[in-house]
Design a protein around this ligand. Sequence first.
Ligand code: KG4
Ligand code: ZN
Length: 336
Amino acid sequence: NGKHITLGIESSCDETAIGIVADGREVLANVISSQIDIHTAFGGVVPEIASRRHLENINGVLSQALEEAQITINEVDLVGVTYGPGLVGALLVGVAAAKAISFAKDIPLVAVNHMHGHIAANYVEYPELEPPFMGLVVSGGHTNIVFVKDYNQCETLGETRDDAAGEAFDKVARVIGLGYPGGPKVDRAAKEGDPHAIEFKRVYLEPGSYDFSFSGLKTAALNHINSCRQAGKEINVADMAASFQEAVVEVIVNKAISAAREFGQNRIVMAGGVASNSRLREMIREEGEKYGIQVMQPRPLYCTDNGVMIACSAYYKMKKGEFAGPDLDAIPGLEF
Ligand code: KG4
Ligand code: ZN
């Protein structure tokens, strides 16, 4: 029908996902096969199990995506794939599938940085959005404030020096007995708690720094639990969840707003799994309003890992002429 069709493959962690978009931003299919149930038994993602599962799932996910888009593989014009960062064995499954499709169907291949993919979810959710803008990428492995100058160009202004925001959520969730995956569970528990019950320290690092440090929070949570036990007091999980969440969210919001103001940007674009946190979404909107900063936040479905964001990012890389060849390899430690 004359539209450009991009297929995006994502397998960097525990979701096998394929998205299909028309002309970069129109979603035709979004199929996500989550492995959360399997990994929950182990309290976290087990890399070997993840890659095996991707391998078992990928063909089925592809068939389902094509069916959802009501197209055949012959109608696909471009294939994009996450090549890093992520678990090497998991990434390789997606990369191999993408190369096979590209070779068999003689269509170009684009390698997508998973983090750029997260940002691209916003192009799908906000059809008018174009760079430049301030990006806030908060996921299981990253906490980055990035100045997105163009579709293929972004500069990291700050990042975590230890744990990522999502990692902090997951660790504290384990400590307070909420289990895996921690983020959504803490989010839910916090709704019943008092965010000022426990004063967790807000770590801002040096003045003017956009870096983060969240590793102290797990220890602080453990210390609080121990002191409750020693005093014979009951541990209030909801209060702990709410107080911990408030501390993390407050620092993220203040730094993101400062960065937007310093760089003269009136838009903050959120991305990554932690961007679906309800308190973060609320506080950053409220603070943004005070300074005339518009906050873009994709629906939770597009914050966590998906193939649509990879397809969208691939489309814009293609527009910039950035293609990959048959020698494409997974890069687990790929930088932003
Ligand atoms: O972006 P993502 O799906 O995968 C990575 O690329 O890392 O992010 C997963 C992370 C996990 O740490 C998860 O606990 C966190 O996002 N997360 C949340 C929420 N939903 C997911 N953290 C806080 N609140 C949430 N509602
Ligand atoms: Zn992700």
